[in-house]
Ligand binder design. Structure first.
Ligand code: C2E
Ligand code: CA
Ligand code: CA
Ligand code: CA
Length: 278
């Protein structure tokens, strides 16, 4: 029994080591990527569920390897959150998104808002508002073209402080969306106190809409959002049936592969041009 215990300990230690090594590799890759500008911003359209026209887009970070490969954020965002590198990545993404949208505004291709994800680390930066002000000023993008997506986890860390930060952002004309709603812990009592504009239903709930239970769940979320006068965005919509159900439930905006995957800035500009023709 003793030797088995020792083995188990060894095994555990070994897998822990592998994890630590992997983490260190990702950390180094991110550092290298930041230095060499390997981070790029992709855009996924958000469409009006009734008219099928573009209302905005979400900026999603990508790591482009020197050979042109794409590394998904799921594999590096968690490490970047841990190491704090997400702060620098977030700044790069925000600046690039503002720059791109300013270009599309000037070309008369787009007049809506770009939604940028804000990590917990970024949200709790004491100089967050100043940093955003600087970026908006440098890129000459009016603040009302910006929306920030924040998760429940982020705002529930310290709700009173979060409300204060959110009010400061709203005072600038920036819109706020609660992202991945329903996947974390959030209290309804607080939800109504957060100065939000939009509520995004996580893909997991949309995936579940093929069951009556799942549809009821989405119905409930939409009702809560509307009672709080929030616009509802459904993410991860892939099928026409999901779209039909969401339309019946009075969800306003959809984002998902049904319309488009996230696109590079060049491809997104083409998407904008096509929209204009229609
Ligand atoms: P998220 O904020 O929930 O973003 C939506 C994710 O769902 C994106 O994954 C998007 O590509 C994916 N998605 C959208 N529609 C569909 C669909 O119809 N089918 C499927 N299978 N997937 C769909 P992505 O780009 O891989 O990003 C994953 C997560 O990484 C994001 O989830 C977000 O939490 C984080 N992330 C991405 N970019 C940034 C960023 O710039 N900053 C921060 N802090 N986090 C980011
Ligand atoms: Ca998001
Ligand atoms: Ca989301
Ligand atoms: Ca999600």
């Amino acid at each position: 029994a003793k030797s088995q215990g020792a083995n188990r300990y060894l095994f555990f230690n070994d897998s822990m080591n592998k994890l630590a090594v992997k983490r260190l590799q990702v950390e180094n890759l991110i550092r290298h990527g930041l230095k060499e500008n390997y981070f790029s911003v992709y855009y996924q359209p958000k469409m009006d569920i009734i008219s099928g026209t573009l209302v905005g887009m979400e900026a999603l970070v990508r790591f482009i390897t020197p050979k042109g490969g794409l590394i998904s954020p799921a594999s590096f965002i968690p490490v970047a959150e841990e190491t704090g590198q997400i702060i620098e990545i977030g700044e790069v993404v925000l600046r690039q998104a503002c720059r791109d949208v300013k270009t599309w505004l000037d070309q008369n291709l787009f007049h809506g808002r770009v939604a940028v994800n804000l990590s917990s680390r970024q949200f709790s930066l004491p100089f967050l508002c100043e940093q955003i002000d600087d970026i908006l000023q440098q890129t000459e993008l009016p603040s009302y073209h910006l929306e920030l997506e924040i998760t429940e986890g982020t705002v529930m860390q310290s709700p009173p402080q979060a409300i204060e930060t959110m009010k400061k952002l709203r005072a600038r004309g920036i819109h706020l969306a609660m992202d991945d709603f329903g996947t974390g812990y959030s209290s309804l009592a607080y939800l109504k106190q957060f100065p939000l504009n939009t509520l995004k239903i996580d893909k997991a709930f949309i995936d579940d809409m093929n069951t009556a239970r799942g549809r009821n769940m989405v119905d409930t979320i939409v009702t809560i959002a509307h009672n709080l006068s929030l616009t509802v965005v459904a993410e991860g919509v892939e099928q026409a049936e999901q779209l039909d159900m969401l339309r019946k439930l009075r969800c306003e905006v959809i984002q998902g592969y049904y319309y488009s995957k996230p696109l590079s800035a060049t491809d997104f500009a083409d998407f904008l041009r096509l929209q204009k023709i229609q």
